[in-house]
Structure formats: C-alpha cells, structure tokens
Design a protein around this ligand. Structure first.
Ligand code: ZN
Ligand code: ZN
Length: 104
C-alpha cells in the first residue's frame, strides 16, 4: 500500500507513485530565480530549443509530463527560461536548485 513503486495514473497515463508525486510538485514551482531576476518556467510544448511536435499527442518521453504542464526538475527536455538552452546542461544557477551541482 502506498509504496513508492506503486503504479498510479497521472495525466492519463500510468507511472510510479514517487514519480507522479515529484511531477506534481514540479507544477507548484512556476518560476525560477537567478541573481534576483525571476523567470517563468517553460512548459512542455513551449520549448523553442527543439521542435516539440510530439507534445500534441504524447507525454514527454523523459519525465511523462503532458503538454502545458511543467517538466520534472531535471528533465532532458526542459528549456532554461534564462538562457534558452537545455536546462540540464546550462550554467544558470537558480535559487533552490543548488542540488544540481552536487549530483554531477
Ligand atoms: Zn519532460
Ligand atoms: Zn540557462
């Protein structure tokens, strides 16, 4: 019961419970802060660093989010709202995201 690897349904498809919860938490964070500037996060389907054609008919293949929702924090497909690059590999340091450094 309520095990992290339970399969639950979110956004119309099935995923692990811990993943679904992390993805829902990502929706609560709508902006990122860097050096005192606030940047609105870029939702799945709104990226400009690639052509998100699949957003219209399928969830993000990396994190399972759906069009119009935010990606999970470290998703390959999340675009950085500050530099326009890939969030995972850009050098912007957002408040609360210091853990990115530690995971490297
Ligand atoms: Zn994603
Ligand atoms: Zn950046």
């Amino acid at each position: 019961m309520n095990a992290p690897d339970d399969i639950v349904e979110l956004y119309g498809h099935r995923m692990r419970r811990d993943w679904a919860e992390a993805l829902q938490e990502a929706q609560d964070e709508t902006h990122l802060v860097c050096e005192g500037e606030v940047y609105p996060k870029i939702a799945y389907g709104d990226e400009t660093f690639r052509t998100p054609v699949e957003a219209d008919h399928e969830p993000c293949r990396h994190c399972g989010t759906i069009k119009g929702k935010f990606h999970w924090h470290a998703c390959d497909y999340e675009q950085c709202p500050r530099c326009g690059g890939q969030m995972m590999s850009c050098d912007c340091e957002f408040v609360g995201h210091e853990w990115r450094e530690e995971e490297a």
